[in-house]
Design a protein around this ligand. Structure first.
Ligand SMILES: Nc1nc2c(ncn2[C@@H]2O[C@H](COP(=O)(O)OP(=O)(O)OP(=O)(O)O)[C@@H](O)[C@H]2O)c(=O)[nH]1
Length: 206
């Protein structure tokens, strides 16, 4: 039996070069990789974190932003519990593409997916093209949480992932409770086993 309570899949999406890989590396390895090349297809990393005493395993999928990989990356949306949609605050173009990314989410992701909008590279103050208010307004209009971050300076990176881990854990606990109440209300408390919450999918669930 693996030593964790919940397993969540988090998928990062957004234009090429916005810093998805750097955010993942910063969070999982605590470093800012020099000369990071473009992601080919999809890459993944694991980090186990503690959420209020429960061990939570985060499976973090880093997708390529380049258009030519879109059909590969789309196939990873479906099983995601959460999506981190990233743009680069120094690139108006990456922000202007967000509506297209939302369409992808609507088309390929699960309906219950939690999406967080992240404006990355805030360390590049003088090159900023997207003000924080603009990011916030877009996020609010589309029911997403919003944070600005810097993978380079490790600003808000931990917060992005840990807020998500907490939110997912909270939802999973509720889900477990709801689905065990009718059978045996003690089950959630006594098993202590790994729980892989899966959304949607089969008939009659959820
Ligand atoms: N100044 C600064 N540069 C960053 C930051 N995050 C990433 N970069 C740089 O932005 C470039 C692209 O970063 P990646 O992490 O490879 O971007 P990506 O979104 O994964 O790109 P694809 O794999 O092509 O989709 C690299 O040169 C990074 O060094 C940041 O927070 N600040």
């Amino acid at each position: 039996m693996e030593d964790y309570k919940f397993l969540f899949k988090i998928v990062l999406i957004g234009n090429a070069g916005v810093g998805k890989t750097c955010l993942v590396r910063r969070f999982t390895q605590g470093l800012f990789p020099p000369g990071q090349g473009a992601t080919i297809g999809v890459d993944f990393m694991i980090k186990t974190v503690d959420v209020d005493g429960d061990k939570v395993k985060l499976q973090i999928w880093d997708t390529a932003g380049q258009e030519r990989f879109r059909s590969i990356t789309q196939s990873y949306y479906r099983s995601a519990h959460a999506l981190i949609l990233v743009y680069d605050v120094t690139s108006r173009e990456s922000f202007d593409c967000l509506p297209e990314w939302l369409k992808e989410i609507e088309q390929y992701a699960n309906q219950q997916v939690i999406t967080v909008l992240v404006g990355n590279k805030i360390d590049l103050t003088s090159q900023r093209e997207v003000p924080p208010e603009t990011g916030l307004q877009f996020a609010q209009a589309n029911n997403m949480a919003f944070l600005e971050a810097s993978a380079k300076e490790a600003e808000n990176v931990e917060t992005v992932f840990m807020d998500l881990a907490r939110e997912l854990t909270k939802n999973a606990r509720k889900y477990l409770l709801r689905n065990t109440e009718t059978v045996d209300p003690n089950i959630t408390e006594i098993t202590g086993e790994t729980t892989n919450i899966s959304y949607g999918g089969c008939c009659g669930s959820g």
